[in-house]
Every structure is written in C-alpha cells, then in structure tokens.
Design a protein around this ligand. Sequence first.
Ligand code: PHE
Length: 341
Amino acid sequence: MENRLKKMADAARSALRGASDLEELEETRIEYLGRSGILRELQQGIRDVAEELRPRVGKLINRTRQELEKIVEERRRELEEQQVYERAEENRIDVTLPGRSGYIAGRHPLMATLDDMLEIFLGLGYNIAEGPEVENYYYGFEALNYPPDHPAMDEQMTFYLGENTLLRSQTSTVQIRVMEQQKPPVRVVVPGRCFRRDTVDATHSHTFHQLEGLCVDEGITMADLKGTLIAFGRGMFGEDTRVRFRPDFFPFTEPSAEFAVSCFACRGEGENCRVCKNSGWIELGGAGMVDPNVLANVGYDTERYTGFAFGVGIERFTMNRHGIPDMRLLYSGDMRMLRQF
Ligand code: PHE
C-alpha cells in the first residue's frame, strides 16, 4: 500500500509539475485529487490494510494530499504568471513603428490670405467692420448710386430672396452701413462673403470673398488712395512691388480704377511666368474716390469730406499665391488639399 502510494505520489508530482497550461493542470488535479480521483481510490483501499498500520497509512495519505495540493497551487501560480507574460507579449506595442499622429487643424488658405491683408490695414490704423450678407435694395444698390436700370441689379447677376431682399454681390454695401453709423474720419476694412449668379468653373464661384476698404476724412485725395494701395502691395509682396492703376467704372466711385500689383513670382518681368500668365501683373480689384452722391446719401457734408474706397478679391489672389489651379478646390473641404497649408 505504501509503495503504491509512493509511486502514485511520484507520478502525480511530475504530472502536476509538468502541466503545460492551466487546463492540463486542472485535468491532472482532478485525475489524482478529484472526488473520484486516484488518491481517493487509494484512501478507500485502506480497508484492506492491517489495522495497526492504518493510522500510519492514513497520515501518509493526508500528507500526500496536502503536498500535492501545494504543488497544484505552486504550479497554478507559475502558469498564471506565465499567461500574463504571454498575453503581454501578444499585445506588445512596437515602439519602433511610425506613429499615427493626430491632425491639427490649420487656417483655410482663403482665411490666411485675408488675415495677412487685414494685418496690413490694421497697421495703417484701419478698423475692421462687418455687415449682413442678406441685404435690401437700398443698401445693395440704391445708396451706392446705381441707376434704377443698372445691369448689375438684373436677376441674371444677383440672387434675389424676395422683391426687396437679395444676397449682397459686393462688400461695398457695408460702406453705407458704416457711414450711417459714424461720422468722419472713417477708416475701415470689411472682409466678407459675396454672391453672384456666376456659373461655377475653375475661375468662378457663386460665393466668394472680398475685402473692402473705406477712408473718408477732410482733404482725402486720389494720392492717398494710391499711397494706401502701394503700402498694401508692398506689405503683401515686398518693397519692390509696383502698383498699376487703370481707368474703370463703378457707380459709387468717381473717378474709378482697377488696380494690379507687379507679379510676385516674376517680379513683373512677365517672362515664362505661370502666375501672371506672362503679363507681369496680378489684378487685385477695383478702387476710386467715393462718389459725392454716396456721401450725400449717408448725410455727409460733401463740401467738407472726400474719401476713397477699394475692393480686393480674395479667391483669385489666394489661387495666384499658392498656385491653386481651380477655385472649386477652395470650397471642396478636401483634406488632401487643405493639409498642404
Ligand atoms: N465693389 C467693387 C467690385 O466688386 C470693387 C470696388 C470697391 C470698386 C470699392 C471701387 C470701390 O468689383
């Protein structure tokens, strides 16, 4: 009996110690120590042992059970620990892999351009003003000295929301609103969205942005307008930038001009230049001396005050600046494009 017990204990020890995972350990434990396991069988065999030896054998069986249970516990702890390591190994983070970095939003190129422009005018002592995108006929056209039959008011050019309600087609509307609110001297720049019934293509959009400028005071002349736009051109493109004025017409300025700056890419040379298409110039917008009729419409004394105004298109210039070939890219929200800025 004792021999069988020893043999059994030897086998159990090595089987338990050799269990390669928790499942196998549990199976082995049941096999030897379970309710109908080998040890229990031996225990029941004690009936066949001589009476005087029974206490001794009984003790031996108990001790063996205790010892084996201890081995089970030890092995279980070992295997559990091992499992933790194995799992950790499986889920191991490879710190040498290139990271997936988050994307930090940036300024939209249109807004960045606008900000650069505003910066220059803030430096010249201008304030920033804004006005509504939905306007009425008075602010949209009448107060700006448009004659009643002007083609710009045509439904073909302007979006009408109702009889007397429209989407502004230029930021010049805000000139009137600003002057109604304050007496001269006035020095404001007005960034804003404008709307025209243009067919969308690579160089046109029904929605676009302008920066309007307005300066009214005593003794303001065309020379001030030129000086201001030259300062603007140089601020944007560098000190050797030249500014060109050519006659134009707007109902709310007289005289009126369109203005352009020498190309920043070819420095005005105009040879093999994709940016200015070999013209040497980049057109920025319209300008002129505020028509006295406009000043009168807001109740300014036209004998005392004169002023100039200008409007710069933001889209075309942004495209020139960054070599963006299609205006639609500016509104696409396509991250492949936007992430480049
Ligand atoms: N509002 C004009 C345009 O949209 C530009 C302009 C502004 C012209 C101010 C003169 C004075 O073309």
